[in-house]
Design a protein around this ligand. Sequence first.
Ligand code: MEV
Length: 308
Amino acid sequence: MRAIAEAPSKAIVTGEHFVVHGAWALAAALPMLVRVEAESAPTPSVVSDRVAGGSRGILPILKTVEAMAHELSFDPGVRVKVSSEVPEGAGLGSSAATLVAVVSAVSRLRGFKLTPQEVSRFAMVGEREVHGRPSGVDAEICARGGVLLFRPGSPPREVPLDGTRSLMVAFSGSRRSTRVQVENVAKVRKKSMGAFDLLVAEASERSLEAADTLSKGDLRGLGRLLSASQLALSRIGVSTRSLEGLIAAALSLGAYGAKLTGGGGGGSIIAVAARGKEKSIVSGLRGRGYEAFVAEVPVKGARSWLER
Ligand code: MEV
């Protein structure tokens, strides 16, 4: 008997970094998946097509399984096999999607049906190993799916959409560590003598407004909020010249707005455009050498099942 789980990747639409300091963030699950198979074995082990950082990437998975086994009182002897469509270090939630899929598969194998809230709580054990001080938004969106407003300490709010919406995603080509970016922002905050708190409050307001525009399908309004978010992110030092170049390319091809997504310092951007315009923007970005795609949201959260 083995258990299989799949978890979606994610994009932070607005509010990354500021969410670590208490702001609302708006996040959307993306259709690229991480798949995990779990089966009983004499000792805990992890096999992966590519877990970030080799043994550094495996440790958070083992610690997560250990914490689950301890709290739920089951045998930690599980062999976990990870295969992923999500690029690592690209700001698209590779580690959170992996850990959420691991928790979903291992709990299913041991006969537990966890709620998304419980799945994300266990996934946070590994997320803390990977990121140091994560807000929890990545694990929450990968577990729940859909589009969510999230801030630490408040119940997440599902954002209803009356149909699907398209987000464009493009990878700058440079991989980076979210942990380092989060640590750098904490230093910026320390030096800012209160100015940072104003940016947190503004970011929080923008996320609430962005949820509203996305929900109504006002993509022009959302684009304006993405560009305002990008300005705030560049003020706290997480944008780069290559990200700015990619954003400028998306705007020159006709996007309403664009910004980096996730940790920054490299990684990916998201952009929005009028319905029907996305394909030409994505092919324009590809023509300039970037990996780019259109993602339809909402996407379902993590799911798991048993196979003989
Ligand atoms: C990473 O996807 C989002 C950050 O805000 C970190 C976090 O919230 O844990 C940069």
